[in-house]
Design a protein around this ligand. Structure first.
Ligand SMILES: [Zn+2]
Length: 374
């Protein structure tokens, strides 16, 4: 990837290319900063820039054989070290999982440690950089570069090295092999050995500037201005957090639509349509069903607060507020207890593995009754 594929970070990019152009490239760099700001993206583009055979000022050419190999993550002088899981027969080293790594990078170079654990397994095992890796690293660092002038080793999430591995890496840092650039990437320096920190050139990667992130979101996601602004604010310069806000809010919109229909049909006592809606809701998974029920409870509470004219206690977004303005008149002291109890009992029953469809039908009947009370 080229520097121009990175979201923002112009200042860091010129700082990095200057190191090469002015011949001040040190043998070990540490990129550190919060999750989702593009540390890995910067390391990948920087590695490509270092091996590029036809640099165009501050940018790699993107077309020479070296750039083409780097862009497919297969350049023989760009090595990757990353956390892996322990899986019985397989050796716990990065090379074992290199195809998963390349596939993940192909999907997007912006991914988190949690995303990576998910890609390696079911996300339940936490990956780490185990001691087996250190001999691999030393072996690779002792090779002469195959094709490029330098060889580059990117160590993603250096804080996931256990102490043994870190101590072996330390030896390498003390006696650097020639023509080698180590790029360590870390989110949390507290978990790194101070002896390592003192031997690397630290480069702090700041949050992505809001203009660049805004442009990126505008280009990639067709969403309302409100949602985009909310996501940017929530994301605080992390592309991953910004995208998380967008997807979570898609979920809330779906829950809201279900809720509106559920309430309208209950109010009209349209049992047949209610059963159709229930089928639609429960064909998703249990997490989604419980998410919907919890959303409903929160939303009902906010509606009741509106009914009591306690507007300062509610936190509703545009669509939710619009519906609640009228709906809140139906959630009142006469029926609030029944509605609350019905939703809570549905969650409890589902957690006890009761039949989800039957529980929802009971809930629908209770809601029909509740509206008659209101
Ligand atoms: Zn090139």
């Amino acid at each position: 990837m080229k520097f121009s594929d990175i979201i923002g970070q112009e200042h860091v990019i010129s700082q990095l290319s200057d190191l090469v152009l002015n011949n001040r490239l040190s043998h070990a760099l540490l990129f550190h900063g919060p999750e989702g700001v593009g540390k890995k993206a910067l390391a990948l583009a920087f590695a490509q820039y270092i091996v590029c055979e036809n640099k165009q000022g501050h940018e790699s050419c993107g077309e020479c054989p070296a750039c083409r190999k780097a862009a497919k993550w297969v350049h023989p002088d760009i090595h990757f070290v990353f956390p892996v899981i322990k899986d019985g027969s397989k050796k716990s080293i990065s090379d074992t999982y290199i195809s998963e790594w390349r596939a993940q990078l192909d999907h997007s170079v912006y991914f988190s440690y949690a995303d990576w654990n998910e890609a390696l397994g079911d996300g339940k095992k936490s990956s780490a950089i185990y001691v087996d890796e250190s001999s691999e690293m030393i072996k690779k660092l002792n090779f002469k570069p195959f094709e490029a002038e330098h060889k580059v080793m990117i160590i993603w999430l250096a804080e996931k090295m256990n102490v043994q591995t870190a101590n072996k890496l330390l030896k390498t840092l003390e006696e650097p092999s020639e023509k080698t650039v180590l790029i360590l990437i870390a989110e949390n320096l507290d978990f790194m050995l101070s002896t390592i920190l003192s031997r690397v050139q630290q480069i702090k990667i700041p949050p992505i500037d809001s203009d660049s992130l805004k442009q990126y979101i505008e280009k990639e996601y067709q969403i309302s201005d409100d949602l985009r602004n909310f996501a940017l604010k929530y994301g605080k310069g992390s592309v991953l957090k910004t995208l998380e806000a967008i997807s979570q809010s898609e979920q809330s919109q779906r829950y809201h639509e279900w809720f509106v229909q559920f309430m309208r049909l209950s109010y009209k006592n349209s049992m047949l349509d209610l059963i159709k809606l229930i089928d639609e809701i429960i064909k998703t998974d249990k997490v989604e069903v419980k998410g919907f029920l919890n959303y409903s409870i929160r939303y009902i509470r906010d509606n009741f607060m509106l009914n009591l004219q306690q507007n300062h206690l509610v936190s509703l977004v545009a669509d939710e507020f619009q519906f609640a303005e009228k709906f809140s008149t139906y959630i009142n002291p006469n029926n609030i207890e029944k509605i609350y109890t019905s939703f809570n009992q549905t969650i409890e029953q589902i957690e006890r593995n009761a039949n989800v469809k039957i529980q929802f039908q009971v809930l629908a009947i209770e809601m029909v009754r509740a509206f008659k009370m209101g």
